[in-house]
Each structure stands twice: as structure tokens, then as C-alpha cells.
Design a protein. Structure first.
Length: 560
């Protein structure tokens, strides 16, 4: 049996030193707790805000074309109080070269990050595939508001349909271009859209609404029904959790500190937030009365964005404003954490703004260039294999962040032959971005999300996917207990093991072998998403690919 050499070993027992002979440049804000072997001080606790270990670049860490293995015990934070963050990264973002290993929940547009702890392991050397057509969930629909991963499957909702009883439905991707109908959210014909979705405490939740804001405000003779939230019971069954406030749209759902939250539009009662206690909804107040567009946990606090302002939840019905229409924006449509910082995606300039101390810095301006009509809306922000991606209106574009002010346009995923900058019904959206089975999935939609907006080329209401580098993922919740992970490259094969068992594998794209050498430091507990929240123990890096039996043996040791 091949015995790969141990290149580096961080037991994380009372210190962050590499006992295999390497050094540590920085060991910041770690505490030490009981590890997987049950002994005190045998694991490092990362606080999710500023904890990290930085290891200087060295020849042994420049993996190049070589096989390698990573073995580690992790215990993610529970309950969720921020994004789960990165376990290990050695990645050159400018060249898109290196490796990433982290934990993240699926976060579909507008909504907070799900508390299902999924593991993602990726490598890259500047490769990106073409976009693949994954079909349309429902032929009569022009808009897929959100995509979400739940128990190893990809789900998406629709915004409208020619027959109201065909609207407000959820679908599961079956591979290729096929989608399976998973039922309607209730039977009220005046609920037209699956407006929001999230996974919380092992269950899939969805909020109803009317995506078309004109009809949501009782325009065109339409009377929307009051907002409600549903929980998925399997098959095509959804259980009604009751009316939530008096809005017309459940704009967003969030998971924080063990509770499910819902944010409403600015209808009767005015943009309020509600918390579910298992049987009833508690009113947490309106931050400012505008649409409560986004929810996101970050660094131990729950944040919310309204149509133009950003708030931090204090308690009861109290919200603290941390951003009031920064840089002249007047709408916020997405929130995310990247590089440990809070980001917002805005309208009408198309700014992505990053929180820096008490100020907001411009990380980029996306969409139509300056000099044309300001109608750029950043609808979603997602971190995938070491990079930040954005979906934008009015031309259904996907961008990749390179540096402040530098974003690469990857594609325009939808179009209408009558598109006109001055005619908003002709605008197209990328509505949601979600990492699933190693690829980045994107959904498209019409500006108002109406069934009548279906374009002749059927580019709207569609789902597409591309691949950056090579990624494998475990998309079942690993929970908040100790979990053993092994991430391995053997030739062109990438493998991810969870608790000693192979969970996912993939082959490098034809004609590609990724060369991973870079001069960046190796960081433990920090990466493209942010700081790790939870405990970590017995991190090992091997020069070579471990066998199945060797992975099982490491798991059986429980960090000893």
C-alpha cells in the first residue's frame, strides 16, 4: 500500500504550530476547546470574525500537478450565527489558481444563507466551461426567483403561470433539462409566486407572494392575498405555517441563532420582520417601513437590507441603521459575505458595496456603463470555488469579481428581441446563483416576472450551469458535531470523504490537468467566503493520495 508522506500537520492542540517541521506566520484570535478525541484543549476554536492561521508559502505547499490529500476534523458552529466559512485555502484569486475547502449553506438570492452545512472542495487553474442549458421548470413561466440545494437536490420556484393554479410551484431538477413538479404553495389563486426559499433546521421553507410589483400593489385590478410561509413535507406536499403579517410578498427568509425569520414588503404594516417560534410568528418590527428585501447572518448578528438602507437587528423590535442609501443607491437586492466582509448589491448604478468599518466602499459597478440609463440591479452575490460572482439586470449578465473596479463579464444568459434600455418590461434578470454538484447554477427571469413575458427564444425562466475549475461537494447537512473530512486529488480525480466514506468524486474536464502552484500563503480558517465559525482539529496535508482504507483509519483515530 502506498504511504503518502506527511507534508504538514497542525494538531491544533493548544497552538497552531506545524509539528511536521513548517512554520506559522500568524496565529490570530484562537481559543482551545475539547476536541474529537474528548480531551480538553485538543481543538482550535475559530470565532467566525477574525480567527485564522496564516502559513507562509513554501515549496512543499506548491502542489503543482502532484497528488495530495487533506485530512481534518471540523465542528461547525451551531446554531448558525454567521456564514460557516473556509477551512483551508491556498488560492491566488488573480490567477484563479490553487485550492479551496470550506463549509457553506445554500443561499438563493435575497434570502439569508441556509443553516445546512455543506462541504465544498475545489481546485482551479483559470478554467471555466461553457454554460450548459438545464431546462425550464415550467413552460408557461418566465421567471425562476430562487434556486436552493436541499438534501442533495436542487430546487427552484416559479413566479407566474398562465393558469394561477399552475403558479407558485416548486420544482426539483432531475438532470439534463428535466424538472419534477414538487407541488404548489397552497391553493390560493392570488398567491402567484414562490417569492423566497431557505433551508432551516433540516427543513425546506418557502414564502409566497406576487413577484410583479405592480400587481403586488393592487395594480391592474389584482388583489394579492396576505403573506404566508410553507414547509415542504415531501413529494408534492407543503404545509401552511400560517399568515405572516399583512404583506403581499414574503421578500426573504433567514436562519439565525436557531430561529426562522421572514421579511415582508412595504404593504399594510410596512416592511416588517417576523420570527417563527414553531407555532406562531412574532413581530420583530419594521426597520424603516420599506420593503425588507434581504436577511443575512454575519459575525454573530442578523443583518437586513430594505429598499435602500442596511440594518443590524438589536432585539425586540429594535434595528440599528448601519447604512443609509450609501453612494446614492436607493434599492438593495442582495447581501453576501466575501473575504469576511459584508457586501450588498444595489440599484440603480449597479454598485457592489463592501462594509469597511463604518463606511461603504465601492467594489464595482456592474451592468450598463456610465452614460447610459442607470438601471443596473445586482440581484445575487455568491462565492463559488474561491471567487465571488454576481447576477445582474437589465441584460441577464453574470460577472466574476477580480479586484475592486475589475469584474469579468462571463455571459448574458437571457435576451428579448425587443430589448430597449428605456423600456423596463423588456429587461432581463439573472435571478439567482447557487453552487451545486461542483457547478455554478444560474436562473433567469423577466423584469416583472409575468407569464406573458415569455420570450420567443425561451431564454427566460430557464436554468443554466457552468464549471470553474474542478469542484466536489457534500450537500447533506454535516450538522454541528465533530465530522472528519478528507479531500484528495489523485491524477485527474478529485474526491471528498465525509466520516470515512466517499461522498463525491469528479474527473477533471477533458484536456485539463490543473497546475496548482502559487505563491500565496496557506490560510487555515479563512478564505474567499470568510472566517470559519466553529472548531477544528488535527489538520494534515499529505504529499500523495490516501487510499479508502487510509481515510477510514484516520477517521477511526478521532484526532488522536
Amino acid at each position: 500500500m502506498n504511504n503518502p508522506a506527511l507534508t504538514a500537520h497542525w494538531p491544533l492542540k493548544g497552538s497552531a504550530q506545524d509539528i511536521a517541521g513548517g512554520g506559522t506566520e500568524a496565529d490570530l484570535n484562537l481559543a482551545y476547546v475539547e476536541g474529537p478525541d474528548g480531551s480538553s484543549g485538543s481543538a482550535a476554536l475559530f470565532n467566525g470574525r477574525d480567527s485564522l492561521v496564516r502559513v507562509p508559502d513554501a515549496g512543499a505547499l506548491r502542489l503543482g500537478y502532484r497528488d495530495f490529500s487533506i485530512s481534518v476534523w471540523v465542528k461547525p458552529q451551531r446554531p448558525m450565527r454567521g456564514v460557516f466559512g473556509d477551512i483551508l485555502s491556498k488560492f491566488d484569486g488573480e490567477r484563479r489558481c490553487g485550492l479551496n475547502l470550506g463549509v457553506a449553506g445554500s443561499s438563493p438570492a435575497y434570502n439569508g444563507m441556509s443553516d445546512a452545512r455543506h462541504v465544498h472542495f475545489g481546485i482551479d487553474d483559470g478554467h471555466v466551461s461553457a454554460w450548459e442549458d438545464c431546462g425550464r421548470p415550467w413552460r408557461g413561466n418566465s421567471h425562476v426567483p430562487c434556486l436552493i440545494v436541499y438534501e442533495g437536490e436542487l430546487y427552484g420556484g416559479i413566479a407566474d403561470a398562465p393558469d394561477p393554479m399552475e403558479a407558485a410551484r416548486v420544482f426539483r431538477w432531475a438532470g439534463g433539462r428535466e424538472w419534477i413538479d414538487c407541488g404548489r404553495l397552497g391553493t390560493d389563486p392570488n398567491h402567484l409566486s414562490v417569492q423566497s426559499m431557505i433551508v432551516h433546521d433540516g427543513r425546506l421553507y418557502a414564502g409566497v407572494g406576487v413577484w410583479d410589483w405592480v400587481r403586488a400593489k393592487k395594480g391592474e385590478g389584482f388583489r394579492p392575498s396576505p403573506t404566508r410561509v410553507f414547509v415542504y413535507e415531501g413529494g408534492s406536499e407543503w404545509r401552511d405555517l400560517g399568515q405572516v403579517g399583512n404583506g403581499a410578498r414574503v421578500m426573504c427568509l433567514g436562519s439565525f441563532d436557531g430561529h426562522l425569520y421572514a421579511g415582508l414588503d412595504s404593504g399594510p404594516g410596512g416592511g416588517r420582520c417576523f420570527r417563527y417560534d414553531g407555532s406562531a410568528w412574532t413581530d420583530c418590527g419594521p426597520p424603516d417601513g420599506r420593503n425588507l428585501e434581504c436577511l443575512l447572518p454575519h459575525g454573530g448578528a442578523l443583518y437586513a437590507a430594505t429598499h435602500g438602507n442596511v440594518y443590524r437587528y438589536e432585539s425586540g423590535q429594535s434595528w440599528a441603521c448601519i447604512g443609509r442609501e450609501p453612494h446614492g443607491i436607493n434599492q438593495i437586492h442582495s447581501m453576501q459575505v466575501a473575504g469576511g466582509a459584508l457586501l450588498i448589491g444595489t440599484w440603480p448604478q449597479g454598485y457592489v458595496l463592501r462594509r469597511e468599518g463604518d463606511a461603504w466602499a465601492i467594489a464595482g459597478r456592474l451592468g450598463l456603463p456610465e452614460g447610459l440609463r442607470e438601471c443596473n440591479e445586482v440581484m445575487d452575490l455568491t462565492v463559488y470555488n474561491g471567487k465571488l460572482y454576481a447576477g445582474v439586470i437589465p441584460k441577464a449578465q453574470v460577472y466574476r469579481y477580480e479586484a475592486d473596479g475589475q469584474w469579468t463579464l462571463l455571459a448574458s444568459l437571457a435576451s428579448r428581441p425587443d430589448w430597449a434600455e428605456e423600456d423596463s418590461p423588456t429587461w432581463c434578470r439573472v435571478t439567482s446563483l447557487t453552487a451545486f454538484r461542483g457547478r455554478l447554477f444560474a436562473s433567469t427571469g423577466a423584469c416583472r416576472g409575468r407569464a406573458v413575458d415569455v420570450d420567443p427564444d425561451e431564454t427566460l425562466g430557464r436554468v443554466l450551469a457552468c464549471q470553474a475549475g474542478q469542484v466536489v461537494s457534500h450537500e447533506q447537512d454535516i450538522g454541528g458535531g465533530w465530522t472528519h473530512l478528507a479531500a484528495i486529488r489523485r491524477g485527474k480525480d478529485l474526491r471528498l470523504y465525509v466520516n470515512g466514506r466517499l461522498s463525491a468524486s469528479s474527473q477533471a474536464p477533458a484536456g485539463h490537468t490543473f497546475h496548482l502552484a502559487n505563491t500565496q500563503p496557506l490560510t487555515i480558517g479563512f478564505g474567499a467566503q470568510g472566517h470559519f465559525s466553529g472548531a477544528m482539529s488535527d489538520l494534515r496535508l499529505y504529499a500523495g493520495a490516501l487510499s479508502d482504507a487510509q481515510v477510514s483509519e484516520l477517521c477511526a483515530r478521532r484526532g488522536r
